[in-house]
Design a protein around this ligand. Structure first.
Ligand code: ATP
Length: 322
């Protein structure tokens, strides 16, 4: 039988396998497996503490995981510091602005400091990076007069100087208005179309929904769901139900315990009732009830309702999983 060469385009750009990240006893990321195709703008969505930054730091070589692999274009990068520097770029949240440099000067200064195989390369890339981030008109503008969105784009341009394969942007869209988000969306999609895979993190779906081609929803270090916006919406909403538990005692304690479960969201206390949304399998729901009983909670009633109008819900309501 004739053998075909390996299909390069079918290979994921980022292949995360069984990744776990700890800080001492605290598990920040738990057994995460995820494949992201090339050219995606993939949003990592989850509440604070979900593990998003930890994943970016591992991929960017800033910390080592307890276990797992991260394959970029098919090769594991975690043991190869040189390759990590070559193929990944990580832009953390809140990078201060330089006071007195113009945008062009700033990028040229940063490019001159970069060591690559050909030292002239990053400098030569400055005009293209300005163009790709929609900053060509702002080349002569002082950095300290830029809006937050414009400054973020300068930082993206800076990260593109090294021509990475993966660009990771932590909390990129926080504090941007609708117009700035729209500009950012155009820039990120242009970068993705050039073959660079873009990973963006946020705790608010609305901030990144329009700029992402796929979403990875996380909570407590675990992957809840991964897919396109429409798929993620459907998965979350079709599986979501509202549970009302009436307790005879230990209401506050039960609320804290339930609030820490990845499958529970929107928890409210009303009289002696706990009302919350549940997103998970039937087994997970049975486990939850068993856990409450094991903890000694005295349950008088337990009622479940499917979420109403699931398909007509607005995108912003997915935020409630957080
Ligand atoms: N340096 C650290 N030392 C100890 N624990 C840490 C450290 N950094 C993060 N953590 C903990 O690891 C967990 C995951 O944090 P991480 O920053 O990865 O989440 P995140 O989803 O990016 O949150 P945020 O949106 O707040 O940045 C949290 O419980 C956090 O408190």
């Amino acid at each position: 039988m004739m053998e075909f060469p390996e299909n390069q385009s079918a290979r994921p750009a980022v292949d995360i396998r069984s990744l776990s990240v700890d800080y001492g006893d605290l598990v920040a990321v738990s057994d995460l497996t995820l494949s992201i195709p090339q050219g995606e703008v993939c949003g990592f969505l989850g509440p604070h503490g979900a593990g998003k930054t930890s994943i970016f730091k591992v991929i960017g070589g800033l910390m080592k995981p307890r276990q797992g692999e991260v394959l970029i274009d098919g090769g594991d990068i975690l043991g190869d510091a040189e390759r990590i520097v070559r193929v990944t770029a990580y832009l953390p949240d809140l990078v201060p602005m330089p006071s007195n440099l113009k945008v062009g000067e700033y990028l040229e200064t940063r490019a001159s400091g970069l060591v690559t195989e050909k030292s002239s390369e990053p400098l030569e890339r400055v005009p293209a990076c300005l163009e790709n981030t929609g900053l060509a008109q702002l080349r002569e503008t002082c950095c300290n007069t830029l809006s937050r969105g414009q400054w973020q784009r300068v930082l993206i341009a800076e990260n593109l100087l090294r021509d990475p394969r993966i660009l990771m942007l932590d909390e990129l869209a926080s504090g941007l208005d609708a117009h700035a988000r729209e500009e950012m969306s155009l820039v990120l999609n242009r970068i993705a179309q050039s073959g660079i895979t873009v990973l963006v993190s946020s705790s608010v779906l609305e901030e990144i929904a329009d700029m992402c081609t796929s979403l990875c929803v996380m909570k407590h270090g675990k992957l809840l769901t991964f897919g396109t916006l429409a798929e993620v919406r459907e998965a979350l909403e079709s599986n979501k139900r509202t549970i009302t538990v009436t307790l005879l005692s230990r209401l506050e304690e039960a609320a804290v315990w339930l609030g820490a479960r990845a499958v529970v969201s929107d928890l409210t206390i009303k009289g002696n009732q706990l009302i919350f949304s549940f997103t998970g399998s039937e087994d997970a729901q049975a486990d939850l009830l068993e856990g409450m009983v094991d903890l000694g909670m005295r349950i008088r009633t337990y009622e479940e309702k499917a979420s109403r109008n699931a398909t007509s819900r607005r995108i912003t309501e997915i935020d409630r999983i957080q």
